[in-house]
Design a protein around this ligand. Structure first.
Ligand code: SF4
Length: 325
């Protein structure tokens, strides 16, 4: 395993809830609450969870597209939460993001050439060089140089995501946060984009944090997978361990809903009762206790710590806490 390129420690992002005529703070939403993990160079770390679990906020807080409330984000050994806006602007060459909705993230009034050129222009590249780089990038993502003069609406969803990927690659980044990059695409197109992203990782030694709500998507592409629930990581391990031997009851429930490729194999579906609680008023103890089929008395009172229960397998659950058993 290579060195860690990204070390996230105790990351928190709380949003104030304001109310009354004076707009005073009346509470807070703990969108990301004490999340820690590392990502190694060339690795793809998948992060999954239901909508509202804090996975996208985690991705944006890592890039400081939204400012973290607390915690440390080390990129290449440097804590980037301490950098000035100007220092951060320079670093954005190395840290990029691909968004879920390629149409919303591409300016409809700009040609593809202008869209992909933008990050090159910001970093001072000349016109002729930019033109050549756009051509090269379009080819790298499986489009053609004649696409440069077209507008986003002239492309399919999959092609638009290829344009988004080309833009993210423009300045030779090291790390890309992929925020649900295939969720808005048809299943057949999803696998083409995933294959492209995987081959780009190999070609350019990229590192991805790949955020998705769909465990089957993450399985395809990740080396390790972290599962989030209500702003916290509840399980993190290598892909095969997670899919073959999930430990956390929430991961087990999520996996039970993933269809198997062989329709003759039946598996028991674990149906979770109730909705995800509000992060503005999370349950006491283990945040999952209101829906967990394995919940014990202690789960309502004591929050489980995120511990290594096997080699490279981290879980936050009292079922694996020897003191409780
Ligand atoms: Fe379920 Fe308790 Fe484990 Fe939480 S700590 S996941 S409630 S068994």
């Amino acid at each position: 395993m290579q060195n860690p390129i990204l070390e996230v420690s105790n990351l928190k992002k709380y949003f104030d809830i304001r109310g009354g005529v004076l707009g005073r703070k009346v509470g807070e939403v703990k969108a990301v609450d004490d999340v820690s993990f590392t990502v190694h160079e060339g690795e793809i770390l998948g992060i999954v969870g239901e909508s509202g679990c804090g996975k996208s906020t985690t991705g944006k807080a890592i890039l400081r597209l939204i400012e973290p409330t607390e915690g440390e984000v080390k990129f290449d050994g440097q804590d980037i939460t301490k950098l000035t806006t100007e220092e951060m602007r320079k670093l954005r060459r190395d840290m990029q993001i691909i968004f879920q909705d390629p149409y919303a993230s591409l300016n409809p009034r700009h040609t593809v050439e202008k869209i992909i050129s933008e990050p090159l222009l910001i970093h001072g590249m000349g016109k002729a060089e930019r033109k050549a780089r756009v051509k090269e990038l379009l080819e790298v993502v499986g489009l053609s140089s004649y696409h440069a003069s077209r507008y986003p609406h002239q492309f399919s969803g999959g092609q638009r995501q290829r344009i988004g990927i080309a833009r993210a690659l423009a300045n030779h980044p090291k790390l890309i946060i992929c925020d649900e990059p295939v969720s808005a695409l048809d299943v057949s197109v999803q696998s083409q984009i995933l294959n492209l992203m995987e081959s780009l990782r190999d070609q350019f030694n990229l590192t991805y944090v790949f955020i998705a709500h769909d465990l089957s998507v993450v399985k395809h592409i990740s080396d390790r997978v972290g599962v989030m629930y209500l702003g916290r990581l509840v399980e993190l391990t290598e892909k095969d361990k997670l899919y073959d031997d999930p430990k956390h009851p929430y991961t087990k429930a999520l996996l039970s809903a993933v269809p198997l490729p062989d329709p003759d194999i039946e598996k028991e579906r674990i149906i979770l009762e109730g909705d995800v609680p509000s992060p503005s008023n999370p349950p006491t103890g283990c945040a999952f206790h209101t829906r967990c089929p394995m919940a014990m008395d202690i789960c309502k009172q004591v929050r489980p710590t995120f511990e290594q229960v096997e080699v490279n397998h981290f879980v936050a659950c009292h079922l694996y806490d020897e003191a409780v058993q």
